[in-house]
Write a protein that binds this ligand. Structure first.
Ligand code: CP
Ligand code: NVA
Length: 302
C-alpha cells in the first residue's frame, strides 16, 4: 500500500516519478485533455487545522480526476470528541478509498496508516508538509529546468516546511543551507538525515551565510498554526531572519523566492521581495493542485 506520510518514505525515484506525472497532468489540464483516472473513488479529507490551498486543491484535484472529495472537519467528526484515531481509521477504510489528513501530531497520521487499510496522505502536520514540497520542487523544475546542482536556502523556523524541504532538496540532487536562530533548529532526526548528505547540507546562524549564491530562497511564517500564543516571543527570536532586498543581494543571479503561503509581509518577507517574485510564488500555489493529483494517482492506483 502506498502512503505519503512523510517525504523521507519516498525514494528519489518515487519523488521524480511524481513530479513527472504532475507535469503531465498539468499539461493535460491546460489543454482540456480529460484524465478521470480515479473515477468512482472517494477521498476523505480530515482537517484539524485551517486551510485554503490544501483543502481547495485536493477537492478540485480529486474532482478533475473523476473522483469524489469528502470534506471532514474535526469539529464535526467524533475524532474531535475523542474517538480514537485507530477506530476512525478502521471505520473510514470500509467507506472510502483514501484519506488526506491535516493535523498536529505526526503520530496520528502514522496511526491512521497502521490501523486503516487504505492509502493515507499527509496534508500537513507539525512535523512535515510533504505535499507542499512536491509542489515546490515542481515549480523550481519549471522555472530552472532541472533541480540537480541547485542551491536551496531556507530562512526562519525549523518547522514542518523546513523539515520537508531539507528532505526534498537533498533527495533530488540539490544542496540546502538553512538559517535559524538558536533553539529553533529542525529536529534531530532531520539533522541526522541531512548530515548523511555531507556538505550538501549546512546549518547557519546568519541568514546571509545561508543565502550566499542561493538559486532558491524559501521562507515561512515565524509562528505556525498552533503556535499563535507564542507569537510575541517568536517575533523577538526571529528578528533579522527576514527575506528582504539586502539578503537577495548575496544570492545567485536569477534567484527564485518561494513561500508556501500564507505570508506575513513585514515579518518573514518584505512586501517588495514578495511582489517581485509573485509570479513564482503563485505558480507554486497553483502547482499544489497538479502535484497532489500526481500523489493521489500514485497512492490510489499503485
Ligand atoms: N501552504 C498551505 O498548505 O496552505 P493552506 O494552509 O492554505 O492549505
Ligand atoms: N508552517 C506553517 C505552514 C502553513 C502552510 C504552519 O504549519 O502553519
Amino acid at each position: 500500500m502506498k502512503h505519503l506520510l512523510k517525504l523521507e518514505d519516498w525514494t528519489s525515484e518515487e519523488i521524480v516519478e511524481a513530479l513527472n506525472l504532475a507535469d503531465q497532468l498539468k499539461y493535460e489540464q491546460k489543454h482540456g485533455i480529460e484524465h478521470k483516472i480515479l473515477k468512482g473513488k472517494t477521498l476523505g479529507m480530515i482537517f484539524e487545522k485551517a486551510s485554503t490551498r490544501t483543502r481547495v486543491s485536493f477537492e478540485v484535484g480529486m474532482t478533475q480526476l473523476g473522483g469524489y472529495p469528502l470534506f471532514l472537519s474535526s469539529n464535526d467528526l467524533q475524532i474531535g470528541r475523542g474517538e480514537p484515531v485507530e477506530d476512525t481509521a478502521r471505520v473510514l477504510s470500509r467507506f472510502i478509498d483514501a484519506i488526506m489528513i491535516r493535523t498536529f501530531e505526526q503520530s496520528e497520521v502514522e496511526a491512521l496508516a497502521e490501523y486503516g487499510s487504505i492509502p493515507i496522505i499527509n496534508g500537513l502536520t507539525d512535523y512535515c508538509h510533504p505535499c507542499q514540497v512536491l509542489a515546490d520542487l515542481m515549480t523550481i523544475r519549471e522555472f530552472k529546468g532541472s533541480l540537480e546542482g541547485l542551491k536551496m536556502c531556507f530562512i526562519g523556523d525549523g518547522n514542518n516546511m523546513m523539515n520537508s524541504l531539507i528532505v526534498g532538496a537533498l533527495r533530488t540532487g540539490m544542496s540546502i543551507s538553512v538559517a535559524c536562530p538558536e533553539g529553533y533548529e529542525p529536529p534531530k532526526q532531520i539533522i541526522e538525515f541531512a548530515e548523511s548528505f555531507g556538505d550538501k547540507f549546512e546549518l547557519c546562524r546568519k541568514p546571509a551565510d545561508a543565502a550566499k549564491n542561493a538559486d532558491v530562497v524559501y521562507t515561512d511564517v515565524w509562528a505556525s498554526m498552533g503556535q499563535e500564543e507564542e507569537k510575541k516571543v517568536r517575533e523577538a527570536a526571529f528578528e533579522g531572519y527576514q527575506v528582504n532586498a539586502e539578503l537577495m543581494e548575496v544570492t545567485h543571479k536569477g534567484c527564485m523566492v518561494l513561500h508556501c503561503l500564507p505570508a506575513h509581509r513585514g515579518e518573514e518577507i518584505t512586501a517588495d521581495v514578495f511582489e517581485a517574485h509573485a509570479d513564482e510564488i503563485f505558480e507554486e500555489a497553483e502547482n499544489r493542485l497538479h502535484a497532489q493529483k500526481a500523489v493521489l494517482v500514485k497512492c490510489m492506483t499503485e
